[in-house]
Design a protein around this ligand. Structure first.
Ligand SMILES: Nc1nc2c(ncn2[C@@H]2O[C@H](COP(=O)(O)O[C@H]3[C@@H](O)[C@H](n4cnc5c(=O)[nH]c(N)nc54)O[C@@H]3COP(=O)(O)O)[C@@H](O)[C@H]2O)c(=O)[nH]1
Length: 706
């Protein structure tokens, strides 16, 4: 017993906590050294003042503390305590009643000093309050967002910038589609690339990300956002992020205004010289990379000075604006029209050659020359245009625009309201093209077009199995004009639609005539231009033509070039499917010159590949051509597609093709393309060269026709 009493006393004396023994009435019987130190009193003083001298009577929790101890014999509470010098401090008091050896109720009271932790709590609360004030006073919007990007808290500026009320903002995530966020170029800003989401995903801060968001009233606001991750200790994935944002709408708009002033003509809104230079540099880099040409046009209005002098600058300005609008209306998006000042415009046409530029210039003259209504006047304004083509006429904008300017002066000298090229060859070429385009308009009605027919032979039995219809233009003054010259013109002017229909109808009618005359059954092959192939309701047109001539669909074969089929392969497959359903045969012309892939070939549903004559020509001397032709034949055969070689001119070419397993042949070796009546004679064996030394099949004699 003695031993345990000594033990308790030692614990009491050396405890770090302040320990008191008291009576239930509050008389202190003993206080340990830690208690004396804490309360800065001697044990006698403590015993003298008693519990009520140690506890501030106004402690908010005191009454509860005493009541609880009375009820349960124990209690714990934070109380305000009083030191010997009268200063107050916070302490946690734990008190427990017990009965001593003399059957007296006693209380043990242990007090823990809370002044340090209270001080840090207070400091924390103060600093939090200061931060709150700071964040609230910030011009920048601030949001605190959780790991799902839901907004937990935010300041007033965030509400103002985002245009949302407190209720609307709380809990909203960065994924919310109502923001309709966009990039600076106007493209959508998907939620998963939002900087807040990026930071949550990667743990990396994001700086100055610009995005446009739509306020609930539909207004677009531009903001710049920074995002900082917040991590829990020891974790690498953020559990919160702080996003700060500021509204840059005003500065963005004024920047845009400055950029506009620096890059655009104030009157017409067209790019000025500075922007033209930029656009030219870009266009030139594309042209250099792809090896394509580009055109630069210098456009000047004829007699514009007279309008200004007689009707005033106001009318002149309106004319300049109207001309700009009209020119723009015929351009593609990638073209750049700029105003150089006065009545001069410069136009850049990417990827345009002389023919393309001439076409645009003709359209431009037509559109500008329409009467211009500027009340109360009706004015006719005409342009003079000079054209220079990269790379022939210059390698930079300065030389090209200078040369286009010189060409424009020639257009002025030679009567105005027209266009001229800088180089004489191009000028001559363009003048001839223009003349042909005009004459071609009347070629059909004046009966100047004809079809010639070239036989196609099976290499299995030497028989004529097909005939290709080839267009010819016999002009009364200009003589025979090659299809390779006039078909591209007909294509670019759109006349090929009308001409192509005439070819299809004439070829079908001719085949009907030959069938009626009991000529052997042959398939009629007709060449198609891309424009025709893309024509709406083309399969229905074919239906009508074949019905008119009472010809079954499988007697018609349409030849498409590889380039036409590959221009828009998906659309081509669509049309080909429709034609295939009807039983119309299709072949790929000039095969090997384009880039049709095997997978497309299968989908194209073609029955035949026509090996380009460029490969056939040197088949004997050029091992590469031989290898290509062999590869085409083998590949086609493994895909179940027939092959026909065009441009066969010699017996050695023919033998090689036969040995490789080519199915059909066509070329001058058998016959040149012939007018209908000569073909008929050839096909029925009545040709003049009947009885030649090396007959090829029952109708033809190689090398003797045409
Ligand atoms: N869209 C349309 N295109 C057509 C039409 N008619 C013709 N064309 C295309 O014009 C290009 C030139 O045609 P053409 O001058 O008629 O030349 C063809 C043959 O005459 C010629 N050929 C035939 N055999 C030989 C030969 O042994 N040697 C040789 N040097 N030339 C030969 O080759 C041309 C064959 O054309 P194709 O079979 O179509 O490849 C030409 O691209 C025609 O397609 C039309 O109505 N519409």
């Amino acid at each position: 017993m003695m031993h345990s009493e000594r033990l308790y006393r030692a614990v009491f004396e050396h405890s770090m906590e302040a320990v008191f023994f008291t009576t239930p009435e509050g008389v202190v019987l003993a206080a340990n050294p830690a208690a004396c130190k804490l309360f800065q009193r001697t044990e006698e003083e403590i015993c003298k003042v008693g519990r009520y001298g140690l506890v501030d009577a106004s402690s908010p929790r005191l009454a509860d503390f005493l009541a609880e101890r009375a009820r349960h014999g124990r209690a714990r509470a934070e109380l305000v305590l009083v030191r010997g010098d009268g200063t107050r401090f916070f302490g946690e008091a734990s008190s427990e009643q017990f009965v001593d050896d003399e059957q007296q109720v006693r209380t043990i009271l242990i007090v823990r000093d809370l002044s340090e932790s209270k001080k840090s709590e207070q400091l924390l609360a103060e600093s939090e309050a200061q931060y709150r004030l700071l964040v609230a006073a910030m011009e920048e919007g601030v949001t605190l967002q959780d790991e799902h990007s839901a907004i937990i808290t935010f300041n007033k500026s965030a509400e103002r910038i985002l245009g949302l009320t407190e209720d609307q903002l709380r809990g909203k995530t960065s994924f919310d589609p109502d923001w309709y966020p966009i990039h600076e170029d106007g493209s959508p800003f998907p939620g998963e690339t939002h900087p807040v989401v990026e930071t949550l995903r990667t743990g990396l801060p994001q700086s100055n990300v610009v995005m446009g968001i739509h306020k609930p009233d539909g207004r677009l606001t531009w903001i710049s956002i920074n995002v900082q991750p917040i991590f829990k200790e020891g974790e690498t994935k953020p559990y919160r992020v702080v996003a700060t944002m500021h509204d840059i709408t005003e500065s963005k708009l004024s920047n845009e205004r400055i950029v506009r002033l620096a890059h655009f003509d104030q009157l017409t809104g067209l790019p000025n010289r500075t922007l033209l230079n930029d656009r030219f540099r870009y266009t030139l880099s594309l042209a250099q990379r792809s090896g394509e040409t580009l055109a630069v046009m210098f456009i000047d209005l004829d007699n514009f000075k007279d309008i200004n002098d007689t009707l005033g600058h106001n009318v002149g300005d309106q004319v300049l604006m109207e001309v700009a609008t009209r020119i723009k209306s015929i351009l593609r998006e990638e073209d750049t029209l700029s105003r150089q000042g006065g009545d001069e415009y410069i136009l850049i046409l990417p990827n345009a050659d002389a023919d393309g530029a001439a076409l645009v210039a003709s359209k431009l003259i037509e559109v500008v020359a329409q009467p211009c209504h500027i009340a109360p006047h009706e004015l006719i304004v005409t342009p003079s245009i000079g054209i220079a083509i990269y790379p022939h006429d210059g390698a930079n904008l300065e030389s090209l625009s200078k040369n286009a300017d010189a060409a424009m002066y020639r257009a002025k000298r030679e009567g105005r309201n027209g266009f001229r090229f800088y180089t004489s060859e191009m000028q001559a070429h363009s003048a001839r093209n223009l003349k042909l385009a005009n004459m071609l308009r009347h070629a059909l009605e004046r009966d100047e077009l004809q079809l010639h027919y070239q036989p196609q032979f099976s290499l299995q039995d030497g028989r004529i199995v097909g005939v290709e219809a080839l267009l010819r233009w016999a002009h009364p003054e200009m003589g025979m004009i090659a299809p390779s010259e006039f078909i591209p013109i007909a294509e670019s002017t759109g006349q090929i639609i009308q001409i192509g229909e005439w070819v299809l109808r004439t070829a079908a009618r001719q085949l009907r005539v030959w069938f009626d005359k009991q000529l052997p059954a042959m398939v009629m092959a007709v060449n198609l231009s891309a424009v025709q192939f893309r024509q709406k309701n083309f399969p229905e047109l074919i239906d009508r033509i074949l019905a008119e001539e009472k010809l079954p669909h499988h007697f018609l074969e349409l030849e498409l070039t590889e380039a036409t089929a590959m221009d828009n392969p998906k659309a081509a497959i669509d049309v080909m499917d429709k034609l295939h359903e009807r039983g119309i045969r299709m072949s790929i012309d000039d095969f090997g010159t384009g880039y049709a892939s095997l997978s497309y070939l299968k989908q194209f549903k073609v029955c035949k590949l026509k090996i380009d004559q460029g490969f056939v020509r040197d088949i004997i001397d050029d091992p590469e051509d031989r290898a290509i032709v062999t590869a085409i034949i083998n590949m086609a055969s493994s895909l179940g597609i027939q092959t026909i070689a065009e441009g066969v001119e010699t017996a050695s070419q023919l033998n090689f093709l036969r040995l490789q397993g080519c199915n059909e042949v066509q070329g001058y070796y058998f016959s040149k393309p012939l007018p209908a009546e000569l073909f008929e004679a050839f096909a029925t064996g009545n040709a003049d060269d009947k009885g030649a030394e090396q007959p090829f099949g029952p109708w033809g004699a190689p090398g003797r026709t045409g």
